[in-house]
Design a protein around this ligand. Structure first.
Ligand code: MTE
Length: 307
């Protein structure tokens, strides 16, 4: 791996004092819940700070009560209403395909000895709303390196748990379950790509994808698949849920791009959730503000074709 992602800024550069005090409180809690919380509070900030976008995290309330998690229903409040029904402990992830050490790993084993970091990332949904989320997690690259990626693997495929007894949305024909997503191997190995196990120093709330979900901050939010039970290293581009439903509207790449509109709406601007009644929309940034970190992976690709 070329480098570990480090930003020169710390959260204290952008956060008012009263929020900084809150932050200290939840950091103290984080050590207790995460166990390997040593690296928490390193104050990492994802990407450059922009004048109009000081990466002030959304409130815990915003992040946990306005969700997309169709396994629990299609309204923004279904996940917070129903996700408590999902059992997240014990949990295991099957890792298969072109890896040296395939197997079914318990989450406890995967987290054993793994340092959990805080990453404050912009999060931009394809529906044109956004938030800033202080995730806790570790780089997917760490896990892939541990299991050993074999030559020939070019993509990583992910699957969400299928448990209709506990997930009311899965008892309906909303999507072709289980929810599936995928990344190209270089995207998966990129230091910004996170497996998140918590937010705000708390274990991951069920509605946000407990106990472990993907976070790919330069792509539309639907790529950030929740409650992962399977990770497969494969040679060919995998089928992914939204792309299978409508490839014209939801590309496999789905990099945030203000210049390529969704067929039914503009992607030039976004509404910051929790911004208040009178807050204006803000411009959407190329690659969601992570252009310097990720643009080189797409050199030579026509981004309006591979959207
Ligand atoms: N993962 C699963 N399994 N099911 C989903 O419905 N929704 C996606 C993504 N991951 C979704 C999912 C979409 S559209 C978005 S915008 C984000 O999760 C929302 O994440 P959040 O609720 O934590 O903000």
């Amino acid at each position: 791996m070329a480098y570990r992602y480090r930003s020169p800024l710390t959260r204290t550069d952008v956060t008012p004092k009263e929020i900084f005090m809150n932050r200290r409180q939840w950091m103290a809690g984080a050590g207790a819940v995460v166990g390997t919380g040593a690296a928490l509070g390193s104050g990492l900030i994802g990407g450059p700070a922009h004048a109009q976008d000081a990466l002030e995290p959304n409130s815990f309330e915003d992040i946990t009560s306005y969700n997309n998690y169709y396994e629990f229903g299609t309204s923004k409040t279904d996940p917070s209403n129903y996700a408590h029904e999902l059992t997240t402990d014990p949990w295991s992830i099957e890792i298969d395909g072109m890896v040296d050490n395939p197997g079914t790993y318990s989450l406890a084993d995967l987290l054993d000895g793994q340092t959990i970091e805080e990453r404050i990332y912009r999060f931009r949904c394809v529906e044109a709303w956004s938030m800033v989320v202080p995730w806790n997690g570790f780089e997917l690259a760490d896990l892939l390196t541990r299991v050993g990626v074999q030559d020939g693997a070019q993509y990583v495929a992910f699957e969400t748990v299928y448990r209709p007894d506990e997930m009311p949305g899965q008892r309906r024909n909303i999507l072709d379950w289980p929810y599936r997503e995928g990344l190209r191997l270089d995207e998966a190995m990129h230091p910004l790509t996170l497996l998140a196990t918590g937010l705000y120093g708390e274990p991951m709330p069920n509605q946000n994808g407990a106990p472990i979900r993907l976070v790919v901050p330069w792509k539309y939010g639907f790529k950030s698949i929740k409650s992962i039970v399977r990770i497969s290293l494969v040679a060919d581009q995998p089928e992914t849920t939204w792309n299978m439903i409508n490839a014209r509207e939801y590309g496999f790449y789905s990099n945030v791009n203000p210049n390529v509109d969704h067929p039914r709406w503009s992607q030039a601007t976004e509404r910051r959730v929790g911004g208040g009644l009178f807050s204006s929309r803000q411009p959407t940034l190329m690659f969601n503000g992570y252009e310097d970190d990720v643009a080189s992976m797409y050199e030579g690709m026509d981004l309006s074709e591979y959207y």
